[in-house]
Design a protein around this ligand. Structure first.
Ligand code: B12
Length: 218
């Protein structure tokens, strides 16, 4: 089974391109998932579309042959996740789409009711995604799976055992980055030359925190 895991573009790059607030560091979650699945002999690859154009993304999706696509969904980048989902459902109708990440976990009912998502993995993903992929491959009933949400005959089925299947010994996980995918880091700003911007970023985040706290307490 071939699986693609995708980070959608973050926010509107055209609007924010000069501001480092937007994910200056590569994300790690999907790389952990991919190296974990590959350890079990799946063919899993990650695309980080951090700053890619939608035309480029469409070309890559058309070229890639895969059975399952997993999409990361955070609150701030959720609209990109939804756009990616529609694109996949338009050009790769039979591909199974799985969502995961913080927004998908906590808003799973809303997402399943409003979008054509096949499955949502709730919370930590490694064991749950492996079990789900195996179940899809082998036709195992999904009711037995922990930490998965999906729709069956219009009804949402979800197992909220987020913490079940958690990996206790994190050192047992394979290292997320291989020599090949290390080159992906190229698309991120060179942090060595960005101290000032980093400072501005963290100052901005702190200021936002206190403004929210002020409004909350007032
Ligand atoms: C480190 C960090 C960052 C780093 C990322 C560095 C990195 N190497 O990943 C930086 C500084 C870049 C960053 C940026 C942002 N972050 Co941040 N970040 C975190 C933090 C502290 C840890 C994330 C992490 O690495 N976790 C470890 C990895 C292994 O876990 P993971 O990514 O969640 O992935 C696992 C599961 O979620 C799941 N999973 C995830 N995606 C998928 C997809 C599929 C298909 C499946 C099956 C499973 C799955 O499986 C993975 C493995 O178990 C979290 C807080 C937290 N405790 O998680 C906040 C957090 C994720 N960030 C948050 C926010 C808001 C942001 C920003 C929007 C901030 C901003 N205004 O710019 C940006 C947006 C980034 C983006 N791409 O959209 C929020 C998200 C809230 C939400 N509801 O979505 C969090 C939860 C903090 C919070 N409590 O507010 N962040």
């Amino acid at each position: 089974m071939k699986i693609l895991l995708i980070y959608p573009p973050v926010l509107d790059i055209s609007k924010y391109r000069n501001f480092i607030s937007i994910a200056p560091f590569p994300m790690v979650g999907l790389y952990y998932l991919s190296s974990f699945l590959n350890k079990f002999n799946y063919n899993c690859k990650v695309y980080d579309f951090f700053s890619e154009s939608w035309d480029h993304i469409e070309c890559i999706l058309k070229e890639e042959d895969c059975d399952i696509i997993g999409i990361n969904c955070l609150t701030e980048s959720r609209f990109s996740s939804f756009r990616l989902l529609s694109l996949i459902k338009k050009i790769k109708k039979d591909t199974i789409v799985i969502f995961g990440g913080h927004h998908a976990t906590h808003m799973c009912d809303q997402l399943l009711n409003n979008f054509n998502i096949d499955y949502i993995v709730l919370g930590e993903g490694e064991n749950k995604l492996l079990n789900l992929v195996r179940a899809i491959e082998r036709g195992i009933p999904l009711e037995s799976l922990r930490g998965i949400a999906y729709k069956k005959k219009g009804v949402i089925i979800k197992d909220l055992g987020y913490a079940s299947n958690s990996i206790i010994d994190l050192d047992s996980l394979p290292f997320p980055f291989s020599e090949q995918n290390r080159e992906l880091f190229r698309k991120y700003p060179d942090l060595k030359n960005k101290h000032l911007e980093l400072f501005v970023h963290f100052f901005y985040q702190f200021a936002q925190f206190f403004i929210h706290l002020f409004y909350f307490l007032a």
